[in-house]
Each structure stands twice: as structure tokens, then as C-alpha cells.
Design a binder for this molecule. Structure first.
Ligand SMILES: [Zn+2]
Length: 130
């Protein structure tokens, strides 16, 4: 599942940026994921859940991942037909040649993230055995 490493990279990226802004906890990450970007939204959600579980020092308790799906669209360079490819190199349904230029759907990027500057774990999860 390469979504694990994709998600690891995203979280690293977000954490690096958050650190420069004094943000202590990540509350929300929003991604744009194209239908033909080779990343499966369900696998990304699963990977996020695992990172969230394993890294309580990075995330707020209710941290969430929001995925905006981008529809795939391609245009055949031979007949100009616009169609919806199911992978990056797809046959044009009209002339059956893999000559489609991808117009959208191959995006994979962090749209935004939100964080908290308060280290809430010290407030909510204060240990009682001190
Ligand atoms: Zn065509």
C-alpha cells in the first residue's frame, strides 16, 4: 500500500510547515486527489487513521482528513473527443488510440491544513499519577 508512504510524506510536509508557524497540533488536512492520480482515497484514509493513532503528539484527538476528489478528463489529440479516462494512459473511446492528453484528474496535493497553537494534550490528557 504505497498510500502509507504518500501519507507519511504529506504529514511530514505539513508538520515541517506547522513548526515554522508555531502550530503544535494538526486538526485537519485537506487533499485534492485525482481519480487517476494512483492514490486510493480509502487507502489514504486508512493510512491517515494509522498515523493519527500512532502519533498523538502531532494531531489533535479529532484530527480529520478531508479528500476532495478531482474528476478525470482527457482529450484525444487525434479526434478532439473529451472523455473520462479510467487510467493515465487510456484509449480514446472514439478512435481507440491511447492518444489522450490528461486535462484533469492526476492531481495529488495538499490543499490546506489547520492546526492548533495550543498543546491540548497537556490540558485534556493530564496524567493523574503526578
Ligand atoms: Zn480519438
Amino acid at each position: 500500500m504505497h498510500e502509507m508512504s504518500l501519507m507519511g510524506d504529506i504529514i511530514q510536509l505539513v508538520c515541517d510547515d506547522a513548526a515554522t508557524r508555531g502550530i503544535k497540533r494538526i486538526e485537519k488536512i485537506e487533499l485534492t486527489v485525482g481519480e487517476i492520480s494512483n492514490a486510493m482515497p480509502d487507502a489514504l484514509r486508512m493510512a491517515f487513521a494509522i498515523f493519527h493513532e500512532q502519533n498523538p503528539q502531532i494531531f489533535t484527538e479529532k484530527a480529520e482528513l478531508i479528500i476532495h476528489l478531482e474528476a478525470a478528463k482527457a482529450k484525444c489529440v487525434i479526434c478532439d473527443l473529451e472523455y473520462r479516462p479510467d487510467q493515465k494512459i487510456a484509449l480514446c473511446p472514439n478512435c481507440h488510440v491511447p492518444a489522450g492528453r490528461v486535462l484533469s484528474g492526476d492531481t495529488f496535493q495538499v490543499l490546506s491544513y489547520e492546526g492548533s497553537k495550543v498543546d491540548e494534550s497537556n490540558i485534556k490528557n493530564r496524567r493523574t499519577d503526578e
